[in-house]
Ligand binder design. Structure first.
Ligand code: ADP
Ligand code: MG
Length: 267
């Protein structure tokens, strides 16, 4: 017999790379959807003032009156329920953000325990989910440090392009600093090669360089470059729904399996 399905406490995973356009948001949406497909309860956190995660899920964040910002700032009349939204994916919910979040960094600077603001927000939610994915903004500022401080692990998407590894050393340094000062148990789940075009020698060379540099820290799953991803974003759907049989959908399902196999089992 199989044991009864239990949920939580959620594993928190931060999607980080201070470079923009490397596939953080796309990976958050599609990995989340692939995990939900196999029965995981997923919470997505939009932690980028651009709000691209919300947009990619078909939600225009601009007019929202209650967002992650209010939770971070402990606005007394905004509750978690006010902010939390359902998505088109069963078992996957979203804490949305919009441009207001850009003010949070400045306001948090003078707070006590300013690195722990997001942890405070997420704490009461953790028993209700299996996995929480945080889509970080392209910066190593205080918001990203907040995500690293509350996360169990990080995923680092790398675009298979010429300057893929530029900045990765700095990112690794930031992760080490957070491990030393704020979150000893933070792990690196892996580096994810994205936007890979197997037809070009250039992309193959970049992938090889990534593998030489980081060995078994690189996921076996590689995400190919395909216009289906921007198409799905425009449609406001994960690719697993927009084009369920596509290579892109298959790749994110494979990544979900790879991660579930790597993570310590929960009983
Ligand atoms: P980030 O969040 O790191 O800034 P995004 O996930 O928003 O990056 O991706 C940047 C752009 O590239 C988006 O327009 C997205 O649709 C597109 N994109 C992401 N992954 C792929 C891919 N594998 N193939 C083609 N386009 C992609
Ligand atoms: Mg993004």
């Amino acid at each position: 017999p199989t044991p009864p399905q239990t949920h939580g406490p959620a594993r928190i995973v931060a999607m980080v790379n201070q470079k923009g356009g490397v596939g953080k948001t796309t990976t958050t949406i599609n990995l989340g959807a692939a995990l939900a497909e196999v029965g995981q309860r997923v919470l997505l956190v939009d932690f980028d003032p651009q709000g691209a995660l919300s947009v990619g899920l078909g939600i225009d964040p601009r007019p929202l009156e209650a967002t992650v910002y209010d939770l971070l700032m402990e606005e007394p009349d905004v509750t978690l329920e006010d902010v939390l939204l359902d998505t088109t994916v069963d078992g996957m919910q979203l804490l949305p953000s919009n441009i207001f979040l850009s003010g949070a960094e400045i306001r948090l600077v003078n707070e006590v325990a300013r690195e722990y603001a997001l942890q405070r927000v997420l704490e009461p939610l953790l028993p209700h989910y299996d996995i929480c994915l945080i889509d970080c903004q392209p910066s190593l500022g205080l918001l990203t440090v907040n995500a690293l401080t509350c996360a169990h692990s990080v995923i680092i998407p790398l675009e298979c392009e010429f300057f893929a590894l530029r900045g990765v050393a700095l990112l690794m340094e930031s992760i080490t600093k957070v491990q030393e000062r704020l979150n000893k148990s933070l792990e690196i789940d892996g580096l994810l090669a994205t936007m890979y075009d197997p037809r070009t020698l250039h992309a193959r060379e970049v992938l090889q360089t990534i593998m030489q540099g980081f060995g078994d820290k690189v996921f076996h799953t590689v995400i190919n470059r395909t216009v289906r991803f921007p198409d799905a974003t425009l449609a406001g759907e994960p690719i697993t729904q927009f084009d369920p049989a596509s290579m892109g959908a298959t790749a994110y399902r494979e990544l979900a399996r790879e991660l579930l196999a790597r993570w310590p089992a929960r009983v």
